[in-house]
Design a protein around this ligand. Structure first.
Ligand code: ACM
Ligand code: ZN
Length: 552
């Protein structure tokens, strides 16, 4: 950190020395993610001070909220409390509007000059919001009476429309306030999809009114495995779920910040907590126990029984009432075939549906595909789209399914070649539960692997194997925070930051603008915001070549 500051700050000083302005009080537009175009103009710089007003188009409540966010950001960064008001503004204003004529509704422009003030013009309120984020990240992070904004024109829009983060709240439960903090972290990195992984073998975390035992029984495991060896357990019950009222509150919080929440109900695998509550859901009938250790469970939903589909449709009915997202994530990963192979009802289903082995797929592979296709029909009938992990390709993709490619990009490539939409989320680049350093001795326990910041940054989602037409199916990118080895939210922060910064440029910035070395020089200003917000972040990239333990 300090090393980088030592490298970067003299650069500012040289540039600004001749004007006699302290580099410390100047807005710096080279933020993360880097805007697509930043053009310095000949006009005079704008000075932000206590007289500056933030104005928004009268009657536009969302713009008003954006203006209030900006006022909060400015106050927290430099200590100036600016007035927010409806109106047209003048040369002393920061003016928020939505008049930009662009197809990409997340696009915005910023123009800055002494004569006309600061104008943030979005192609929608979301676009204006991202302009606000750019201004926010341009600010110095220390008290000052005025900030000089060099005259500039910024033209910006995201490269990808899907810019997601997944949080697993099942292996370790995160409170509503912590989930909101995660959403705030996403805001800071211009991300717009929160994939909320709500159900697992180790805990069911969403209230379903028709099935109260899901949370009465399924939201608690009696203890948790310690370390990687499955030898010792902590003896401490782990409990937690969200009421529907709390979920609505989080949805509202996310919406105000232009973040869509995609809920995941993982099926037909990762269902042991639900099966503990309702043993008839499994092939053997149980009894089952909410799992206390990690890894893939052999017990999965029975696809032979109609009662399983009734349960899934009932659960999804309540999920759809809560979550307005176009996509509903049905998981689909890691469903072993053992129980289906031995279950008379599953075998009867295979026979009745004519699901014999073919094209390298077993009958049981095709049974999962039958399941996913039925669930997809249900979602489509309710105006929604199904998204699932790469395994939903096995046995044949459901007709309109979108694939989230996690075992590398192979599933994503295959799906795009079949003209299906794809979100790239490879464990090689986008799994933030992996180690960030090879010096694992001095690290908190993690899942394994090695996904450092530079590897995250290097990810290119548009695979070379695909044609330009097929590239249109790559909706975007998602990073995942699985929490088997992340026992609390501070550790979520540590595993996510600054890797979220790196992935934000993969998601937002066009590849010709990306440059890892320059990214490193831009990072200290973002780190200043992490510090101000008390985010715990990993420092490995700053500590090279010396090693240091995690900060805080
Ligand atoms: C996954 O990591 N099991 C999707
Ligand atoms: Zn069965």
């Amino acid at each position: 950190m300090n090393l980088l500051k030592r490298l970067v700050l003299p650069l500012f000083a040289v540039i600004l020395f001749s004007s006699g302005i302290s580099s410390r009080n100047v807005a710096y537009y080279q933020v993360i993610p880097l805007p697509q175009e930043i053009v310095q103009t000949e006009q005079t710089a704008f000075t932000l001070n206590k007289k500056t007003r933030i104005v928004y188009t009268p009657g536009n409540e969302m713009l008003k909220k954006n203006a209030e966010f900006l006022a909060e950001y400015i106050q927290s960064a430099v200590g100036l409390k600016l007035k927010v008001q409806a109106g047209n503004g003048n040369a002393h204003s920061i003016i928020l509007s939505t008049g930009l004529d662009k197809q990409n509704k997340e696009a915005y422009t910023i123009t800055v000059s002494k004569e006309e003030g600061v104008k943030i013009n979005g192609a929608s309120e979301a676009g204006t919001f991202y302009g606000v984020q750019t201004i926010r990240k341009s600010l110095p992070e220390h008290a000052c009476a005025s900030v000089l904004f060099p005259a500039v024109t910024i033209n910006d829009q995201p490269r990808f429309g899907y810019r997601g983060m997944m949080l697993d709240v099942c292996r370790h439960f995160m409170t509503v306030d912590e989930v909101k903090r995660f959403i705030d972290m996403m805001v800071l990195h211009n991300q717009n999809i929160f994939h909320w992984h709500l159900t697992e073998d180790q805990g069911w975390r969403i209230e379903i009114k028709k099935y109260p035992r899901l949370t009465e029984i399924g939201s608690m495991r009696k203890e948790t495995v310690v370390g990687h060896k499955n030898e010792s357990f902590d003896g401490i019950p782990h409990i937690g779920f969200y009421t529907q009222k709390q979920i609505l509150d989080v949805l509202d919080y996310a919406k105000q910040r232009y973040i869509t929440i995609i809920p995941e109900i993982d099926m037909p695998g990762h269902m042991v907590a639900a099966m503990t509550a309702y043993p008839y859901l499994g092939c053997t009938g149980g009894p089952y126990e909410v799992r206390t250790s990690w890894g893939v469970a052999k017990d999965v939903l029975c696809i032979g029984k109609e009662s399983t589909f009734e349960f899934i449709e009932d659960v999804l009915t309540e999920v759809l009432e809560l979550f307005p997202s176009q996509f509903i994530h049905i998981g689909g990963d890691e469903a072993p075939r053992d129980r289906w192979a031995a279950c008379p009802q599953c075998q009867a289903r295979i026979k009745a549906e004519g699901l014999e082995a073919k094209d390298g797929h077993s009958a049981e592979d095709r049974l999962q595909s039958y399941f996913t296709t039925r669930v997809e029909k249900f979602l489509n009938a309710h105006g929604r789209r199904l998204i699932g992990w790469g395994e939903i390709l096995e046995g044949g993709l459901a007709p309109d399914a979108t694939v989230m490619s996690w075992k590398g990009v192979t599933a994503g490539i295959k799906a795009a070649q079949q003209n299906h939409d794809v979100v790239m989320s490879p464990n090689s680049h986008a799994y933030f539960d992996r180690y960030q350093t090879k010096d694992t001795e001095n690290e908190p326990d993690a899942f394994g692997g090695f996904v450092p910041v530079d590897v995250v940054y290097s990810f290119e989602p548009l695979a070379k194997e695909l044609t330009a037409e097929q590239h249109k199916h790559i909706l975007g990118v998602q990073a995942n925070v699985w929490t088997e080895y992340i026992p609390n939210f501070k550790q979520v922060e540590y595993m996510s930051l600054p890797r979220m910064a790196a992935i934000s440029e993969v998601m937002w910035t066009n590849p010709e603008r990306k440059n890892y070395q320059k990214f490193l020089t831009r990072l200290p200003r973002l780190i200043d915001i992490y510090e101000a917000l008390d985010y715990k972040y990993a420092t490995h990239i700053f500590d090279v070549p010396t090693k240091a333990p995690a900060k805080k």
